[in-house]
Design a protein around this ligand. Structure first.
Ligand SMILES: CC(C)(COP(=O)(O)OP(=O)(O)OC[C@H]1O[C@@H](n2cnc3c(N)ncnc32)[C@H](O)[C@@H]1OP(=O)(O)O)[C@@H](O)C(=O)NCCC(=O)NCCS
Length: 145
């Protein structure tokens, strides 16, 4: 997608992130939670911007040489155009730079995002049965090195 760039999010982008989460994630974070995450400095958010409009984000929780991928979401109008992959590629470069060598995530067994993660070379390493009511959670991992 032309004119798109990825930048590290600051507090001024928290509302845009919350709005995209509300449109795409089944249990989205509140604006307050996102603000608190960014303020803590423990979580890293990157956003994809098309001109001045935020069209997607990825949130990460790096700890030592490992990182949890907390959420990735792209505005429905911009999905399936490479935005999610670009955000993820950007995150991988950042994580390699700070010494992270694996990314882990948890996803509902019925979320089609599993196909996206599989394309990005994540593999299922365990399953939490009925973690979401009747639905299992899958734990997926991608090794960076
Ligand atoms: C998952 C998500 C971030 C993918 O973003 P996206 O910008 O549409 O993905 P991309 O266009 O970069 O796709 C990269 C690859 O994954 C594939 N892909 C993306 N979403 C897919 C889906 N739902 N099902 C199957 N394949 C998918 C694409 O076809 C593409 O494959 P290709 O390289 O062979 O063409 C987006 O669908 C989304 O926001 N979903 C809702 C939020 C969510 O569930 N997030 C995950 C849990 S936090």
């Amino acid at each position: 997608m032309q004119n798109m760039r990825v930048v590290k999010a600051d507090m001024s982008m928290a509302r845009d992130i919350a709005n995209i989460g509300a449109k795409t994630i089944s249990h989205p974070y509140s604006l307050e939670q996102i603000r608190s995450d960014i303020e803590s400095g423990k979580y890293v958010y990157f956003v994809a911007k098309l001109k001045d409009t935020v069209i997607g984000y990825i949130s990460l929780y790096p700890i030592f040489d490992s990182c949890d991928l907390i959420q990735i979401a792209v505005d429905p109008a911009s999905q399936k155009q490479g935005v999610g992959k670009l955000l993820h590629d950007y995150a991988v470069h950042y994580l390699l730079d700070i010494g992270v060598n694996r990314i882990m995530l948890e996803v509902r067994r019925d979320n089609t995002a599993i196909d996206f993660y599989t394309k990005l070379k994540y593999r299922v390493i365990s399953r939490r049965e009925k973690y979401y009511g009747d639905v299992d959670a899958l734990i997926m991992e991608k090794l960076l090195k």
